[in-house]
Design a protein around this ligand. Structure first.
Ligand SMILES: Nc1ncnc2c1ncn2[C@@H]1O[C@H](COP(=O)(O)OP(=O)(O)OP(=O)(O)O)[C@@H](O)[C@H]1O
Ligand SMILES: [Mg+2]
Length: 284
């Protein structure tokens, strides 16, 4: 009995994955234990029109990275890892590709984000000192004013460090400022126009995949050049994590759902070599 129970317990985490898909990275393991994990990853060789995320296992799903100066929406439910995803994109850009980056935070104070990210070895204070990073914390209504005025302080921050990467966390609260879908759509159009002018490769996070909140912000998926979904569904006795590239304009991207996990000292790690076979829409 005890052996059977132990066997079942051992089996439980892999019920959502194919058996042959052992939880191992699909890329070579980092070589030196002395260097902080994010810096240890081999600098990906990407086509010159791509902006690599530097997130372990992700870039091979999207043809080497995001298209330069494009805007990609990262969507998922609470705690699925949106903020971590955005932070790794910014940090890796600065540390591996010498691309200064800006974080515009609407909800969680940027100080709290940066503190949490330090646990993954992402030392944004150090980047800030080197002029490779800047964060801005605004309430959504303040951003609305700035967008109405053409970007003002946000653009000043981007241009002052020559930022090439921008992340906005999260767009949902911005879109929810507006009373009607029409007004929200108009405001989003205005924001996307500005993003194009700012010429950064941009990631935007948004809450929910099929939730009511997401329907309020309808339109963002169509305005964005790419959409990445972070699924975190309940399946039997636990929750599982899977990443899906829903769309990526001009790119033959992977259509496969791949598992991802949070790794201590690193952040999100994607496993492109593994397959998910549970239904991510099937919530119990
Ligand atoms: N040190 C850590 N090691 C492993 N996993 C962690 C660690 N810190 C946080 N996590 C995981 O990351 C999750 C939070 O990630 P993150 O804040 O990026 O999610 P989010 O989608 O932005 O959440 P929200 O919807 O609240 O903004 C936690 O719920 C936890 O599962
Ligand atoms: Mg978050």
């Amino acid at each position: 009995m005890a052996t059977e129970a132990a066997r079942q317990a051992q089996d439980a985490p892999v019920q959502g994955r194919q058996r042959q898909a052992a939880p191992r990275p699909a890329q070579p393991a980092p070589s030196s234990a002395d260097v902080p994990a994010p810096a240890r990853q081999a600098k990906a060789r990407a086509p010159s029109d791509r902006t690599p995320s530097g997130i372990y296992g992700l870039d091979e799903l999207i043809n080497g990275g995001f298209e330069k100066e494009s805007t990609t929406l990262v969507m998922g439910d609470a705690g699925c890892g949106k903020t971590t995803f955005l932070a790794q994109f910014l940090y890796n850009g600065a540390i591996q590709y010498n691309e200064p980056s800006v974080l515009l935070s609407f909800e969680e104070p940027s100080a709290s984000i940066l503190k949490h990210m330090k646990r993954y070895g992402l030392d944004f204070a150090e980047l800030e000192q080197k002029g490779l990073f800047s964060s801005i914390n605004y309430r959504p209504h303040e951003v609305k004013k700035l967008v109405d005025e053409g970007g003002g302080l946000i653009w000043d921050t981007i241009s002052s460090i020559g930022a090439k990467r921008l992340a906005i966390d999260s767009l949902t609260s911005y879109a929810m400022l507006f009373e009607s879908l029409y007004q929200a759509r108009e405001a989003e159009l205005l924001l996307f126009e500005l993003l194009r002018k700012w010429k950064c490769t941009t990631l935007l996070s948004a809450e929910g995949i099929n939730t009511e909140k997401m329907r309020i912000t309808t339109g963002m998926e169509y305005l964005s050049d790419g959409v990445v979904l972070l699924h975190h569904p309940r399946y039997q006795s636990g929750r599982y994590r899977a990443i899906e590239i829903l769309k990526m304009r001009g790119c033959k991207h992977s259509e496969k759902l791949c598992p991802y996990e949070f790794v201590e000292g690193e952040g999100i790690r994607v496993h492109p070599g593994e397959t998910i076979f549970y239904d991510v829409n099937e919530q119990e």
